[in-house]
Design a protein around this ligand. Structure first.
Ligand code: IPE
Ligand code: IPE
Ligand code: MG
Length: 241
């Protein structure tokens, strides 16, 4: 049973397995991504109902550009379609959308859809939904180092005074950006057990739950099982108990 008093504040999910889901059914990969969008909506709703403060979803990595042009543009088209059809639900749930990553290289219409989602939901005070879009942990750290170095050069930052907290603040998850900080739990679907460049700095003490379920088959019930698994863990942070 899920302990409602110990629901994590921030859960991050690597939504993997859309392609394999489609392949198993003899469908094109994009059919898998379409089914994956539907899972995403359900998981957002359940997260809000459970009282999470932040849900972070890995939607497109800096490495995903290596896929065929057809798949990449298809993913972005689906993104527009789902912003159009689901923004109402997002608004009704008082969810605020923020982006982790540099979405400027996306096609113009997809960028416009993303901006619409950010602006329309900006005043919402319920859960924050952080979508990692053209996100890579290394690219994020590189960008932080560049900002930090230029602030140091301009005399705004004293190199001696840099702390772990100040580094965290230069990341997309930092207080001046999305403010979501480190996730207590990272879930990856589809049986793969790796980070694939997700939240490298922020995952230092995250718990990991891996499930074989492919993302389009990942139901709110499967999600709650992952949260139960998380609640059974003993988090020590290097200390003794
Ligand atoms: C995850 O599913 C979605 C994205 C990476 C955009 P995949 O497309 O990676 O699915 P598999 O891993 O090929 O099954
Ligand atoms: C990670 O999945 C990225 C997203 C889920 C958006 P991938 O399918 O791209 O990762 P690899 O290639 O299996 O490591
Ligand atoms: Mg994959």
């Amino acid at each position: 049973m899920l302990d409602m008093d110990r629901i994590p504040s921030h859960v991050a999910i690597i939504m993997d397995g859309n392609g394999r889901w489609a392949k198993k059914r003899g469908l094109p990969r994009l059919a898998g991504h379409n089914a994956g969008m539907k899972s995403m909506i359900e998981i957002v709703r359940r997260s809000k109902a459970l009282g999470l403060d932040h849900l972070t979803l890995y939607a497109f990595s800096t490495e995903n550009w290596k896929r065929s042009a057809e798949e990449v543009s298809g993913i972005f088209k689906l993104l527009i379609r789902y912003v159009e059809s689901e923004l109402r639900v997002i608004m009704d749930n008082n969810v605020r959308i923020r982006i982790l990553g540099d979405y400027s290289p996306l096609p113009k219409d997809s960028r416009a859809a993303v901006e619409k989602a950010i602006t329309q939901t900006a005043g919402n005070t319920g859960m924050q939904l952080n979508i990692a879009l053209n996100y890579g942990g290394r690219a994020e750290i590189l960008r932080a180092v560049q900002h930090l170095a230029s602030d140091a050069k301009a005399g705004r930052v004293d190199p001696e005074e840099i702390t772990e907290e100040s580094i965290s603040d230069y990341l997309y998850t930092g207080r001046t950006e999305t403010g979501c900080g480190d996730p207590e739990l990272i879930i990856r679907t589809s049986g793969e057990e790796r980070l694939s460049n997700f939240l490298l700095w922020q995952s230092a003490y995250s718990e990991f739950v891996f499930t074989d379920v492919l993302w389009p088959d990942f139901t709110p019930e499967e999600y709650e099982k992952c949260l139960e698994e998380y609640q059974s863990r003993d988090r020590r942070f290097g200390g003794r108990k």
